[in-house]
Design a protein around this ligand. Structure first.
Ligand code: ADP
Ligand code: MG
Length: 615
């Protein structure tokens, strides 16, 4: 394998090995681009028709996996094995997505509501990270085939509103796909770079980026100064996009068809016709087709009437974003259109009216983000001398959590100075001391990373497990000094230490650590998944025991025996090393105990009421 030549001071890749790709990992479509003679080029399918890869993964019954257009065809016939909109699940727990779970045609696990979600296909369980990695691998292969050489380094874009967990999940997906993710870049920043805005240090501007995609809408207001992009505000609706417009057309047609006395065609197929109609009407004034003997028609005027309410909602978001940034429309220097749905003339018109200026629509709106990611990659590769590179952290910094796992607090390539905090809690009742072990590196298990320090937060007032709020804050200053603060927020107990992460480590060692993190990504993530499944399983076994103890009075003997049996089966799975077996036994135990837990609640409530009456 090629050695990764990284200039650790600047965070750039050395000259001899300077191809870095730019990836737009979208909710609906993903793309990959790279630079040829200074200009971004979108990598197209072998037929050269489209650069878009639908963000869809299909798990066939025979075990093969398809991504993109081939997978898309199975949305209708095998919804349970065809995964779409993975981006909505990145870095999310079940509680985060419960409200829109019904929108997915596939199964999402709900056994632990606070942990990161998993998707179930038959007896396999997939994290959104693994699913996104499939899409990234397909993109990686696409470039490699087109260039006839291997590619290892990438810049990946995410929405400006993504939080740390979502960004970290995106990094992990890249690593699992065999990519060294040099930077996670905001989508609006990439779009701006594609238009050459912010490319020269003299560019001082405030811009609005309006992004209407397939399922999501967001608008970001950015301030650009000395090559630094600051997000002043973002707003939007994660459930508003081209899909809703298609749906509005379907409803319109269904009404028409109903009046004509025809029987209703399959809605899913009608949706595809509706999308076609919408696209045609971005260029023409009328659309005609015939579907199962039924003539279907739509004019641009009709379409505009149908979608006007949606466009109004996006402009409300623009108004809110401006107000959050404390700006007026005339303080915006440029407006950039992003996302396939901004091809609609009405959308361009209304946005332009709102900001009272012409909007940027010269580039393909579904390609600008990938193009900008490629430009950012080129900057990191050190190919654009005019741009200053900021000081960055060469390796990730984090702490050890249950099971010896590394929890990253400051990801590698973050610009310094910076400060990040994360919250934790205890796992044992009455725990008084908390050990904080600080590590540096990219591997999932701390044992493979470099230990920097360890200290103890003492005298936490005794509380039941899960109640203390422990905040760990990392503060890295411009001289490379890391301060770690540990604080129990309820009691204000706190302590801190100071470390120099770069002390005693040379560039070669760092390069080796990076290389290993990619080489062992697959293995590491399997181990991490197994460790997490074991931890979850152990907690389930414990609470099953507790549950029996607390409810012996009303549980039947058969019920107790069954819980014991399922719990013993889970216990023995934990001793093994098959995460999917542990996971499905957690599921079984959970399925059996959930209705009992509901009954226990009723029993306790009834008991409490009785108590009141006696008093
Ligand atoms: P995302 O960023 O969410 O992955 P895209 O930016 O690729 O999505 O946008 C996909 C959406 O753009 C789809 O709803 C698609 O129907 C819509 N779209 C693509 N081309 C056109 C067009 N010519 N006119 C109207 N909508 C279009
Ligand atoms: Mg997009």
């Amino acid at each position: 394998m090629a050695k990764i030549a990284i200039d650790l001071k600047s965070g750039s890749i050395k000259k001899e090995d300077n191809l870095i790709i730019g990836i737009d990992l979208g909710t609906t479509n993903s793309l990959v681009a790279h630079i040829v003679d200074g200009e971004p080029v979108i990598v197209r399918d072998p037929a050269g028709k489209t650069g878009l890869v639908p963000s869809i993964i299909h798990f066939a019954l025979d075990g093969s996996i398809q991504v993109g257009n081939d997978a898309r065809e199975h949305l209708v016939d095998e919804p349970g094995r065809t995964i779409f909109s993975v981006k909505r699940l990145m870095g999310k727990s079940y509680n985060d997505i419960a409200a829109f779970e019904h929108q997915f045609g596939y199964q999402i696990l709900n056994d632990d509501q606070d942990r990161l979600v998993k998707v179930r296909v038959d007896d396999s369980f997939y994290t959104p990270i693994e699913l996104s990695a499939h899409i990234l691998r397909a993109l990686k292969e696409r470039v490699e085939q087109s260039l006839a050489k291997s590619v290892e380094k990438a810049v990946i874009t995410v929405p400006a509103y993504f939080n740390d967990a979502q960004r970290q999940a995106t990094r992990d997906a890249g690593r699992l796909a065999g990519l060294d993710v040099l930077r996670i870049v905001n989508e609006p920043t990439a779009a701006s770079l594609a238009y050459g805005i912010g490319l020269t240090p003299e560019d001082h501007k405030t811009i609005a980026v309006y992004d209407l995609g397939g399922g999501t809408f967001d608008v970001s207001i950015l301030r650009i100064e000395d090559g630094v992009f600051e997000v002043l505000s973002t707003n939007g609706d994660t459930f508003l996009g081209g899909d809703d417009l298609d749906q509005a057309i379907v409803e319109h047609w269904v009404k028409q068809i109903g009046q004509g006395g025809h029987s209703l065609p399959d809605r899913q197929r009608l949706r595809l016709e509706a999308e076609q109609a919408k696209k045609v009407l971005s260029a023409e004034r009328r659309f005609f087709t015939e579907y199962q003997g039924i003539p279907l028609e739509l004019t641009r005027d009709e379409l505009e009437a149908l979608i006007a309410p949606f466009v109004d909602r996006t402009l409300e978001s623009c108004r809110a974003a401006l107000s959050d940034a404390g700006l007026k429309t005339d303080m915006i220097d440029e407006v950039i259109m992003v996302g396939g749905s901004t091809r609609i003339p009405l959308v361009k018109q209304r946005v332009s009216d709102f900001f009272q200026r012409p909007v940027h629509d010269e580039l393909n709106p579904d390609e600008v983000v990938a193009a900008g990611a490629a430009i950012q990659a080129d900057i990191l590769a050190g190919n654009r001398k005019d741009l200053l590179l900021l000081d960055i952290t060469p390796l990730s910094l984090g702490i050890e959590t249950v099971g010896g796992l590394m929890d990253v607090i400051i990801p590698r390539n973050t610009k310094v100075p910076c400060g990040y905090a994360r919250n934790y809690t205890t796992s044992v009742d009455g725990q008084k001391n908390l050990k904080v072990a600080v590590y540096q590196g990219e591997r999932d298990l701390v044992e493979n990373n470099r230990k920097l320090a360890e200290f103890i937060l003492r005298d936490i007032p005794p509380m039941p497990a899960g109640i203390p709020k422990l905040e760990i804050r990392f503060q890295l200053n411009a001289d490379g000094i890391l301060q770690v603060f540990a604080k129990e927020l309820r009691s204000e107990t706190m302590t801190s230490i100071e470390i120099r992460p770069q002390y005693g480590i040379d560039e070669e060692e760092m390069a080796r650590m990076l290389l290993d993190s990619i080489r062992f990504a697959e293995q590491d993530m399997q181990l991490k998944a197994l460790t997490e499944a074991r931890t979850e399983g152990r907690m389930m076994v414990q609470s099953a025991d507790k549950f029996i103890d607390q409810n012996t009075s009303w549980l039947s003997e058969e019920e107790i025996a069954r819980i014991r049996e399922l719990s013993a089966e889970l216990h023995s799975a934990i001793q093994g090393d098959q995460k999917d077996i542990i996971q499905s036994r957690i599921e079984s135990l959970n399925e059996f105990t959930t209705p009992l837990a509901h009954r226990a609640m009723e029993v306790h409530v009834a008991g409490a009421m009785k108590g009141q009456v006696i008093k």
